[in-house]
Design a protein around this ligand. Structure first.
Ligand code: PLP
Length: 381
């Protein structure tokens, strides 16, 4: 098929599909939900906020013991808020690192002057529960452990259940960055012990970017009073203020909240974590099978791969030019993402956002067409 007969793929809004770690493709109805200007004291808007927070607690089955607190900003804002609120100045955080988002938490601790130690595994190796167990045995001054659920740097799934069991056995507090997994991979407060998890409006929940949230054990949040070194990132204060008057402390991102409410309705209609996670898993399987059939190799073995984003080794064929590959895919309506690894030269293709089999197959067709243009029969890497 030539470009003359086949128009570029695009979403219903005419934009390219985003096969990236975020921002992500949203549905037309989510975008349309933003066509209103609400005042922050509007009763409809206030009810909508309450509904959003209730649904977020519901996603982790946290009714009764957990509360949700929203915050303006990108995902990192709420990661920073979680560290600043839950780890007190006299606490000590053990950071499990196997990628850039774990490294970012370390950087946050440096900014805040929080005590921490690091346990690091390579980017293609899950964080290690046995080593964690030993570290918690050896160092009783460690009060908190933080783990990244799916490390979006590589797309690796970390063993959350094992980590939470180890942390609970040692009676320490577990904090989770589930930014790229929340809503698509199971996280049930009845099965996994944790004090706080953070995620954002735009990733697997498919809202517009611009806000994050923390779902916290109420008793842990109560103890966080006065911990936050930052006013705007003070989750405890935001929670108390919203309990009092159901309003955000500072100008709320009203349009983002309108979109998020619609996105959560669509999430529940799709069947929650089972439906959403199922679609992403199918996207991931189609993508990996199709790319492997052309000779591309994944960084991760299938059992380590989360159905969120896939890292492929950079081809070594002399005719392969990544800049032309990237631009060629974009011209046909598919945006991919450069690699962020230190262990290997790579690129990434995401499975999340408003994408299904049709978009993955379209992207695979575009990849095949470009290899043909490059004169490559089979990818080597
Ligand atoms: C996307 C992401 C974040 C937040 O990134 P922002 O660019 O600040 O939205 C944090 N942690 C993980 C694991 C992520 O995937």
């Amino acid at each position: 098929m030539t470009e003359d007969t086949k128009p570029p793929a695009s979403s219903p809004s005419g934009d390219p599909y985003l096969l990236t770690p975020g921002p992500l493709t949203t549905s037309l109805s989510v975008k349309q939900a933003m066509l209103h200007d609400y005042g922050s004291r509007d009763a409809t808007f206030i009810d909508l906020n309450a509904r959003i927070l209730e649904r977020l607690v519901g996603i982790v089955n946290g009714e009764g013991g957990y509360v949700a607190v929203p915050l303006q900003g990108s995902g990192t804002f709420v990661v920073e808020a979680m560290i600043g609120n839950f780890v007190p100045a006299d606490g000590k955080l053990l950071i499990l690192i196997n990628g850039a988002y774990g490294q970012r938490i370390k950087k946050i601790c440096d900014y805040y002057g929080r005590n921490y130690i690091v346990q690091e595994t390579p980017e293609d190796v899950p964080v290690n529960g046995v080593q964690l167990d030993a570290a918690l045995d050896n160092d009783t001054s460690i009060t908190h452990v933080v783990v990244v659920h799916c490390e979006t740097t590589s797309g690796i799934l970390n063993p959350l259940r094992e980590i939470s069991e180890v942390v609970a056995r040692h009676r320490r507090s577990l904090l989770i960055d589930s930014m790229s997994a929340f809503g698509a991979l199971p996280l049930d407060a009845g099965e996994i012990e944790f004090d706080a998890v953070v995620a954002s409006s735009n990733k697997c929940l498919e809202g517009a970017p611009g806000m994050g949230f923390c779902v916290a054990r109420e008793s842990a949040l109560e103890k966080a009073e006065g911990n936050s070194p930052s006013l705007v990132l003070d989750l405890y204060d935001q929670w108390r203020a919203m309990q009092k008057n159901r309003q955000w402390r500072f100008t709320p991102p009203t349009h983002v909240l309108l979109a998020f409410d619609q996105a959560l309705t669509e999430y529940l209609e799709e069947g929650g974590v089972v439906g959403r996670g199922g679609r992403y898993r199918q996207n991931c399987e189609l993508l990996v099978a199709g790319m492997r059939a052309m000779g591309f190799k994944t960084l991760l073995a299938d059992e380590l791969q989360a159905p969120i984003i896939v890292t492929f080794h950079m081809p070594t064929n002399p005719g392969f030019d990544f800049a032309r590959f990237y631009d060629g895919l974009k011209d046909q309506g598919y945006v991919i993402y450069p690699g962020k690894l230190t262990v290997a030269d790579s690129f990434r293709m995401g499975c999340i956002g408003r994408l299904g089999a049709e978009q993955i197959e379209g992207a695979l067709e575009a990849v095949a067409g470009l290899l043909n243009d490059f004169g490559i029969d089979r990818i080597e890497s």
